[in-house]
Design a protein around this ligand. Structure first.
Ligand code: NAD
Length: 277
């Protein structure tokens, strides 16, 4: 399967990045997001990122942009990659609708950080062609793609998506469909503990992050990373871990919840643990 036409749903930070790498691989991309201005913001972010890459010797941005089209609705394609808000009900509704619109042979993939792929597969009439394709932020830079098989996913679907990840220049890591998969099962408790350390005054944000950077050789500290991911997304993932694994140790730190209530969502809102100009 070559996936010549890919529908990306959700034009936020992840959907934009996914559309960019798929278009950069020579494929045609339709980008759909029903929220006013979202696709325009997504296209502007793609163009900015491509321009930065071109300055470092990357391809002509106009050539890649010419393969990204705005879709006014869900349109048929060889593959859908869903990257909408981390809400189970919204994703299930989208998979139901996509199942009606997409050709029977098409694969439906989700970029979810934590929502069970098995439950998304179950709302469609093609559960064997539903899979998790979990990219990392920023998508054009980070090479990992976690490939998550639902209970129902066929070997053919998994093999096709592993191959696609490689074609996009990524390194696939296969994970089973347990809450948070591999990456967020490890990352979210780390971020949560950093938020507790801040709340309890063990250290300020800079001190907590510098420990991870210089002490653990991480490229960025957990609080700066949480701001990059989005604090609302972090809370949503922790709630899935807590519910799915039935263990209160995964419950989001009250400080994280409070920041989300205050609209301090991280980089995307201009302020989280840090302020962004
Ligand atoms: P975001 O808030 O930047 O973007 C979400 C987009 O989805 C918005 O543009 C919104 O308008 C759109 N949207 C919401 N409901 C929709 C619907 N029903 N149909 C179509 N579009 C809809 O969020 P994001 O950070 O891009 O995250 C998107 C997904 O990717 C989530 O599932 C998240 O868990 C996952 N993810 C995020 C990261 C990260 O670092 N932020 C990393 C890996 C995976």
């Amino acid at each position: 399967m070559t996936f010549e036409h890919v529908l990306v749903v959700g034009a936020g930070q992840m959907g934009g990045g996914i559309a960019q790498v798929v278009a950069a691989s020579g494929r045609r991309v339709s980008l759909y997001d029903p929220y006013p201005g979202a696709v325009e913001r997504g296209l502007a972010a793609i163009e900015k990122s491509l321009t930065r890459l071109a300055e470092k010797g990357g391809a002509d941005p106009a050539e890649t942009m010419a393969r990204v089209f705005t879709a006014a609705a869900l349109v048929p394609a060889d593959l859908m990659i869903e990257a909408i808000t981390e809400e189970a009900a919204a994703k299930e509704e989208l998979f139901r609708r996509a199942d009606e619109v997409m050709p029977p042979a098409a694969i439906l993939a989700s970029n979810t950080s934590s929502i069970p792929i098995t439950s998304l597969a179950a709302v469609t009439g093609r559960p064997e062609r539903v899979i998790g394709m979990h990219f990392f932020n920023p998508v054009p830079v980070l090479r990992l793609v976690e490939v998550i098989r639902a209970v129902q996913t066929s070997d053919e679907t998994a093999a096709a998506i592993v191959q696609l990840a490689r074609d996009l220049g990524k390194e696939p890591a296969e994970a089973r469909d347990f809450p948070g998969f591999i990456s967020n099962r490890i990352l979210m408790p780390f971020i949560n503990e950093a938020a507790y350390a801040l709340m309890e005054g063990v250290g300020d944000a800079e001190a907590i992050d510098v420990v991870a950077k210089l002490g653990f050789a991480h490229p960025m500290g957990p609080l700066a990373l949480a701001d990059l991911i989005g604090l609302d997304t972090c809370v949503a993932i922790m709630e899935v871990l807590q519910r799915g694994l039935g263990n209160p140790k995964y419950a989001p730190c009250p400080l994280l919840r409070q920041y989300v209530q205050a609209g301090r969502l991280g980089r995307k809102s201009g302020r989280g643990f840090y302020s962004y100009g």
